[in-house]
Design a protein. Sequence first.
Length: 485
Amino acid sequence: MKKNIIAAAAASGVISSLITYSLCGNSIIDAKSVYNADVNGDGKVDVMDLNVIKNIVLDSAPSIKTVPTVKPADEGSDKLTILCWNSNDSKPMVDFFCEKTGTDPSKINIKNFDVYGGAAAENYHAYLSDPSNDADLIFLESDWCLDFINDDAQTIPLSDLGYKESDFSDLYSYVVETGRSTTTGALKGISWQAAPGAFCYRTDLAEQYLGVKAPEEMQEKVKDWDTFIDTARLLKLVNGPAISATLGGVSHAYRYSGDSSWIRNDHLVTTDYCTDFARMAYTLCNEGYVTKINQWTPEWLPLGQTDEVFGYFIPSWGFGDVILEYAAGGKAGSTFGLWNCTNGPSDFYWGGTWLAPAARINNKELAKQFIDFFTINEESAEAYAKTQDEYISSNRKVMKNIISKGEYKGAPVLGGQNQFEVLDRVAENIDVKGKITPYDYLLYSLFTSNVDSYCDGTFDTIDETIEAFKDDVAANITDGSVIVD
């Protein structure tokens, strides 16, 4: 998942010209077509542009591309055809697989659509609408994977390849649950990687303002959200920095802290999760506990080289030059090596890709071998993990082996701490069972957009904010599948 980038994207004007998704920013949400990422034509920036921005950053995209016309595949049925939005993950995986297994590379066809974010889903649907097009495995992003996993006309259960659920018992549980159909309960997708996140903080500022000298001590200062707010307040009382660079980062970490799903018995559920977050967000924004800077803007990461910001919420793929190393100013930067990480207030993940067998699969044997190689085969999964920087295997045994061997010393920006030890704990504790719905990304986006409006004074009360959220849900989900009371 290592990518190189935000500097190039920012310099090109791509990121600065688009709105950043942050609760303290001014997002516009119009998600009637939640998979239609629009960055080049309608004069409006909506929530799906975040997906495009994110993938520009992650994939070092030199430009944003329009959806291409897909021509029918002419490959024979003996090939393993893999659908993906770009080749940044698929190409190194296929190369490594062929090298280590002796598989003829000509037996695997990477169908690369060269697009980003939700545009991949559109391309897949267009391609799969033609029954003559070959497809065996499909790369699916976490935000929209259920669009395919819940559709039996597009994907099949992994059991059809000969798997039992117990075969994946060594994988982090959230990785398994995310690939489960919410309509049938069948396991239909699995990931070779995990993307847990952590709270990263400046060690020098922690000692100066809090007397903290170790990550374990810091964790006590941010062990839950109430304590996190108390520590943010303390930092301000002593004229210290904002505890988090952006509220957008806080929202990523908070996203999976609820006790139930957004929808229960077909009804939209607005629990204490909603009111508690709205209240906390308002406090963070209006008390100066976070900055007014938005994620993915040119001003965001340079905050890490000032004393204005205490920490960032960082995913596993962000410890290098995507986020944290860039924030430190690079290897010669003023704060390089002055960072540590800890679990933070709640366990979360940010991103990830799942592999699902296509309903039209005609090469089950090679597809299963490919999935085995990167997920349940410890030897090959570990060998691949070691070729990737800041990579977290979805296999907990693999990660524990890597940690115990001590060969990996951690991201250099951390000054000697091994983030894998923290991220392994986080991944173990992420709980999404029974909490996932096909509408999660849309609902989360609509909710946080309205909280954004509450933070900037558009709404006077939390009740107003929740009612506006309900109205937006009713306006965006009109097929009767979600009842808004």
